[in-house]
Design a protein around this ligand. Structure first.
Ligand code: HEM
Ligand code: HEM
Length: 221
């Protein structure tokens, strides 16, 4: 008889909702910019900015697997992890592995830069980001160019991210996507020791309210 699979919750609901909302908002921002729908672009960009502020706060006060202190390791540790993986020595991690942690930081950084430069951008005709009037027209133009350039970096990082997820799925037979949807990993895929400590969703809602207020305060005339 087979022993039933024991599932352990590793990702809290806020991180999962954050992740899939991020995917939708990046797509929405891209499609709206390409089609000149700049009101939609503005709102999806602001929603993304708010979520990023939320995620940064959650990275300090949220569940153990969401915390930067848990998944940001030194570059040396990340390289050691990659070398061990190449040798086929599997290491188990409840949350992001040491190399994945750097990918997450890189994605959060470029997305934040994208949303911030968007605030100062203009379309050269009649649309101005909410903070564009606070700087010179020349600087706004330069930041608009930068906004376009950073998006290409985002696309590159997102491809790398998806290739890494597929590598785990098909080469290492580790399904990382299902846990990002349902929150749980089988016990056998976790390191020995206590399970991750998850923080209640109401605290995430409080952080989200704080993020909304902060963005509103930055943008208020
Ligand atoms: C616009 C596209 C995407 C962006 C910007 C993005 C960004 C991110 C970020 C920031 C994280 C860290 C989550 C956190 O700790 O809060 C993450 C994790 C993750 N993403 Fe994505 N993602 C994208 C698309 C996808 C897609 C299409 C998939 C599925 C094929 C995917 C699967 C995952 C998985 C499985 C993790 C957890 C990895 C782990 O276990 O360490 N992502 N992503
Ligand atoms: C924070 C709010 C944002 C504002 C106010 C904003 C504003 C703008 C403006 C004014 C343009 C120039 C449009 C044109 O030349 O016709 C633009 C272009 C663009 N934005 Fe944003 N943006 C924001 C956030 C974002 C985000 C979060 C993303 C993606 C993650 C994004 C992706 C793009 C892309 C792909 C373009 C087209 C670039 C090009 O054609 O070179 N924007 N944005």
């Amino acid at each position: 008889m087979q022993t039933p699979l024991k599932l352990v919750r590793v990702w809290d609901l806020p991180v999962r909702v954050f992740h899939w909302s991020l995917v939708l908002l990046v797509l929405c921002s891209w499609v709206s910019a390409e089609n000149g729908l700049l009101r939609v672009h503005l709102w999806s960009g602001l929603a993304l900015l708010t979520l990023l502020v939320f995620r940064i706060i959650w990275g300090f006060v949220g569940s153990s697997t969401a915390r930067f202190s848990q998944f940001v390791r030194s570059p040396r540790q990340a390289l050691e992890y990659l070398r061990a993986t190449k040798r086929g020595e599997g290491q188990l991690h409840a949350g992001h592995n040491p190399a994945g942690g750097w990918m997450v930081l890189a994605l959060l950084t470029v997305l934040s830069l994208q949303a911030m430069t968007g605030l100062f951008s203009n379309d050269g005709i009649r649309f101005f980001g909410p903070l564009a009037a606070r700087i010179s027209a020349a600087l706004s133009d330069r930041l608009t160019t930068l906004h376009g350039t950073i998006f290409n970096v985002i696309l590159t990082f997102v491809w790398l991210h998806i290739v890494a997820v597929l590598y785990y799925r098909y080469v290492r037979a580790e399904n990382l996507v299902a846990p990002m949807i349902n929150g749980s990993k089988p016990d056998a895929m976790l390191p020995a020791g206590p399970p991750p400590k998850l923080v209640a969703v109401r605290w995430a809602l409080l952080c989200l309210v704080f993020a909304v207020l902060l963005v509103w305060w930055i943008l208020k005339p």
